[in-house]
Design a protein. Sequence first.
Length: 267
Amino acid sequence: MQKNSTVFISKSVSDVFYHMKNVSEIQILAGCTQTRAVAEKSVSLREIPELNIVEKKERFIEFGSAVTISRMISIGGQKLPHVLAEALETIATEPVRNMGTLGGNICAQDTRHTLWAPLAVLNARLELKSQNETIFIPFNRFTSVPEKHILTKVRIPLDEWEVEIFKRVGPSSIITPLSAGFAFLVDTQRGMIANIRIAYAGRMFFYSPEFENRIIGTRLPLSEKTTDLLIAEADALYDKQNTGDGCSPILKAQFLNLLRNSFEQLM
């Protein structure tokens, strides 16, 4: 924190928009699980009741963006999708999980943190508000919070899947350029893949509905030849989706290994 920093503690969403409108270059503090400098003037969302709700329905569970990682874990793995529960347990350490929030994990800059891959495959939906509108964005289309908006809620479907896999790569408890999360979901029907979702996120992001649609309808068990063809296609798609300095060959190799290991569970 800068020596003369000022942090405003908002008690309502309208307070946040007031500060955003009247204080130039104000920083939103969401309880993020990353280390960054606090700006000269910032506003905290942690004390807003609307952003701390947890509401479970028959088909989905909804979290306010200021709900802490620890609180999400306390709900219990049987009430959350397996890939999400597994991912939550790998985030940082207990003191960090007590401070870090769902919104902070999602909105972290420079890298896609641990929850990106599971939220993408689960078809989570984000609610974002500005002073004048409320918009909803499918998580797999989310890139960043639009200007003058804040993330308010995350809705997570509670669909059941036959195969649910979450793996984290990189060092435990901290995020580095070699950190990433991998999530893999499959449903089968009549000896075929009826639905499949795959995501890999860190400094890079792999998510391809076209690739998933290509796999749907494939007969089980998968043959080695089919698996090899799918891995080769994923390899090419990964290169197409990820270019630039953040694309470590180590992360790519780990993704392809994780994908192959997941396919092998269907052989």
